[in-house]
Design a binder for this molecule. Sequence first.
Ligand SMILES: Nc1ncnc2c1ncn2[C@@H]1O[C@H](COP(=O)(O)OP(=O)(O)OP(=O)(O)O)[C@@H](O)[C@H]1O
Ligand SMILES: [Mg+2]
Length: 280
Amino acid sequence: MTAELSIRGDETSPAADPVLRLEHVGIAFRGVRALSDVSFDIPVGGLTAVIGPNGAGKTTLFNCISGIYRHEGEVELDGRPLQSYSADRRARAGIARTFQTPTLIEQASVLENVMLGASSWAEAALLGTALATRRSRREEAEAQANAIEKIEAVGLRSAAAKRSVGELAHADRRRVEIARALVARPRLLMLDEPAAGLSASESDELLSMVLEYGRETDMTALLVEHDVSLVMRVAHRIAVLDIGKLLAVGSPSEVRRNPEVIAAYIGAEDPEDRAEGERV
Ligand SMILES: Nc1ncnc2c1ncn2[C@@H]1O[C@H](COP(=O)(O)OP(=O)(O)OP(=O)(O)O)[C@@H](O)[C@H]1O
Ligand SMILES: [Mg+2]
């Protein structure tokens, strides 16, 4: 029954300029095309989801947006073209992400893990050596206060900051990853399957927290997720990828009724489709 309940609010501004615009984004690996000509807009506010079968290109799209891969086409953040920007520069411009495969440091504390989010990737590799000594005491204190604020924002108690990540339950580790992405105060937060391994109620709680945080800080969320019923509950807009191509983009009810999406991904026997169709 919870699948029928939506936990999204009404925070998108479809009429406003999009926060992110993808224009003809594509990439091939050694001649094998993983993404072709993907173009769509992500409206300001709320949560846009990217769904699609295994190997559809969802993580590859995230790697293009965050600048890990050099790609064809253009990615614009608030109208600013990012094509020539490195991953670090895109992060500084306001794009933060979590990874499909968790990248937390098990032995380090929650606080240390979250504080890594403020460093560029190159700096992070040096953390504990040159960088730590170069930071002034005031900068260190500010970075720590910011990290504690984000740890609390994701629903972990500040007492959790000192615990090592290895001791945490799975759902709390997901929160730590999100807190680490939030320390950079992103304009766009990209989450690659953050609900993997979580129960339906844990997933709802996690994504409600992201939506609420976004509302308070003017941040937009972009989510890759396998669980279609979760996506239908949380997303304001959904893009469907299939074999590296954009199959459909629209509101949850538009996407759910799209015949191509049903054939390729959702399946024709979804009873929610029929119920929805009968009311129209
Ligand atoms: N670095 C790479 N080198 C070669 N091929 C790659 C690379 N990254 C992705 N691919 C290929 O691109 C295609 C899309 O992969 P991707 O990981 O983006 O899919 P996905 O939609 O995220 O799948 P999943 O749901 O399993 O996470 C796959 O065929 C994959 O093998
Ligand atoms: Mg993936």
